[in-house]
Write a new protein. Structure first.
Length: 317
């Protein structure tokens, strides 16, 4: 029997690399785009198992050619400018990458005359400012974006909905909350884990931190890719699903757990540069919709944090 083909945009990224591993284990033929070949560290170990293609997601003509050639059965759209702070520094690039990139991909699929199942990676940042009495946040919560990144993901989300509604494309949207784990960069868990290991190895004397009072909802990336696959099997086309643990934890508690795992004394210093112009105080999702399909986060937070410390101990020489 001919193997099914999966196409991952942003394959070299954090979630993309874990998804590629998962799909290979499922026996799929995997193709993935990277923005440039400098960004393949996360998938270096997979380069003989997948087809890696250099492509800027905003290069419409190249995207057209790639999709027509591969004719994928599954498309996982992860390529994005995925960070809040850089979106304030260059909102134009963020909006162009995330909205136009999605538009060009969906149009390329239409022009190729194929009908794959498409998972669009959206973000809990779309919900934005949230009050204590609104927790947990479900998929019907209104959008109150608090960054250019959030605005860009709303655009991506709504484009995906529009193309399902108008062209009956097999699109399902996954709204990720805080996804973390080994290979993650530029989030609180990763920054703390990396900083702690740098102190362990004598490269730094103190750990710089931002707002530790925020409350977040963390899910291990390996659980998140399981959720994405389940959506291809049981998700309803046109629908949106929160991908989250439903458990709330204060950022300060994450830091304390990581320090405990390290077993070292760590000097902490507040850094105003690590604070965002707008920072949502609490963000916890309602995952009951995807749980009804049979998904459950299985990896305990403690295991995730231990794996992140181990990852940085191997990375930092």
């Amino acid at each position: 029997m001919k193997r099914k083909k999966a196409f991952i945009t942003g394959c070299g990224g954090f979630i993309g690399s874990h998804l590629a591993e998962f799909l290979i284990d499922k026996g799929l033929e995997v193709y993935g785009t990277v923005h440039d070949f400098d960004g393949i560290k996360n998938i270096e170990h997979l380069k003989n198992k997948i087809k890696i293609i250099k492509c800027d997601i905003t290069d419409k003509n190249k995207l057209d050619k790639i999709v027509k050639k591969i004719k994928p059965d599954y498309v996982f759209h992860l390529a994005a400018q995925s960070f809040v702070i850089p979106s304030w520094k260059d909102p134009e690039k963020t909006l162009k990458t995330n909205i136009l990139g999605t538009l060009y991909l969906l149009d390329a699929i239409r022009r190729a005359g194929i009908d794959p199942i498409i998972i669009i990676a959206c973000s809990s940042a779309e919900y934005g400012l949230t009050y204590e009495n609104e927790i947990p946040i479900n998929e019907t919560h209104e959008f109150r974006p608090s960054s250019p990144y959030a605005v860009s993901k709303i655009g991506e989300d709504m484009l995906a909905y529009l193309y399902w509604q108008t062209y009956k494309m097999k699109i399902i949207r996954a709204r990720f909350f805080n996804i973390t784990g080994p290979r993650k960069t530029f989030d609180a868990c990763s920054d703390f884990a990396k900083g702690i290991v740098e102190i362990e190895k004598g490269k730094k004397k103190e750990l710089l931190v931002g707002n530790l009072r925020s409350i977040r909802d963390f899910t291990d990336v390996r659980d998140a890719v399981q959720a994405m696959w389940l959506l291809t099997e049981k998700g309803k086309f046109g629908d949106v699903y929160n991908i989250c643990s439903g458990r709330k934890i204060r950022i300060e508690d994450i830091l304390n757990r990581l320090i405990a795992i390290s077993g070292n004394r760590i000097k902490i210093k507040n850094d105003k540069n690590k604070k965002r112009p707008l920072d949502d105080p609490i963000f916890v999702g309602d995952n009951s919709k995807i749980k009804n399909l049979g998904w459950e986060p299985k990896i305990p937070l403690e295991k995730t944090l231990e794996d992140m410390i181990d990852y940085w101990r191997k990375e930092i020489k």
